[in-house]
Write a protein that binds this ligand. Structure first.
Ligand code: SAM
Length: 203
């Protein structure tokens, strides 16, 4: 019997926390905007009342700090201890619930009314996309929303892994309807011209 090909070491596999720990540890985080994107700030300003929010794959968690300062209940989650250490610095003094756990297996205390997406789906190898779509649907209460930035392009090598618009629609259509789809004018270089702001409503 032919033996299975050796798998890559964990720090070369984005589905493994070591991949992200290495990059945070080396300060090599080209996806990190270091600020809150305009469309998300405008979205938050337009919402009343505040709703309990999950930020999966939060990285340095700039948006979590912003939400907490705006009085929103927020859970920021990442499976990389180095990312969580970076978030802890950004979140010092805020009321954010910062959790080091895997998005696919953590056990939430309740469902959420909002899941914020930025650079998380595009960090996942495509074999995990169907699980991601099932999991966001499971974690949101009916009427809850998935809102954020989606890296829409043909880019099979990543991260960031690009997703074609029709692939994203196919993933989410079974459980969601799209409410918003807009161009983004303040993207950082890695995403410029290829990301869109979208809001999806959980049926
Ligand atoms: C490209 S970074 C984006 C970080 C942040 N969202 C931002 O916009 O700066 C992707 C993040 O997702 C985290 N991540 C990847 N897979 C994960 C999983 N299964 N569970 C939790 N976090 C995960 C990584 O550790 C990393 O911090």
């Amino acid at each position: 019997m032919p033996s299975a090909p050796p798998s890559k070491p964990p720090e070369q596999r984005p589905e493994h926390p070591d991949f992200w720990c290495k990059r945070f540890g080396e300060g090599c985080t080209p996806w990190d905007a270091g600020r809150v994107p305009n469309a998300f700030a405008a979205f938050v300003a337009s919402q009343q009342p505040a709703v309990n929010t999950l930020i999966p794959g939060c990285g340095s968690a700039w948006e979590a700090a912003f939400l907490a300062e705006s009085g929103w209940p927020v859970t920021a989650l990442d499976f990389s201890p180095q990312a969580v250490a970076s978030a802890r610095q950004v979140l010092a003094g805020t009321a954010v619930d910062l959790v080091c756990a895997d998005f696919f297996t953590f056990e939430p205390r309740q469902t959420y009314r909002l899941i914020y997406e930025r650079a998380f789906l595009c960090a996942l190898p495509r074999q995990l996309w169907a699980d991601w779509a099932r999991r966001v649907a499971e974690l949101l209460s009916p009427g809850g929303r998935l809102a954020g930035f989606f890296f829409l392009c043909e880019q099979p090598k990543g991260p960031p892994f690009g997703i074609r618009p029709e692939q994203l629609d196919e993933l989410l259509a079974p459980n969601f309807e799209r409410l918003e789809d807009a161009a983004v004018d303040d993207s950082i270089q890695v995403f410029a011209g290829r990301e869109r702001w979208q809001v999806w409503r959980r049926r």
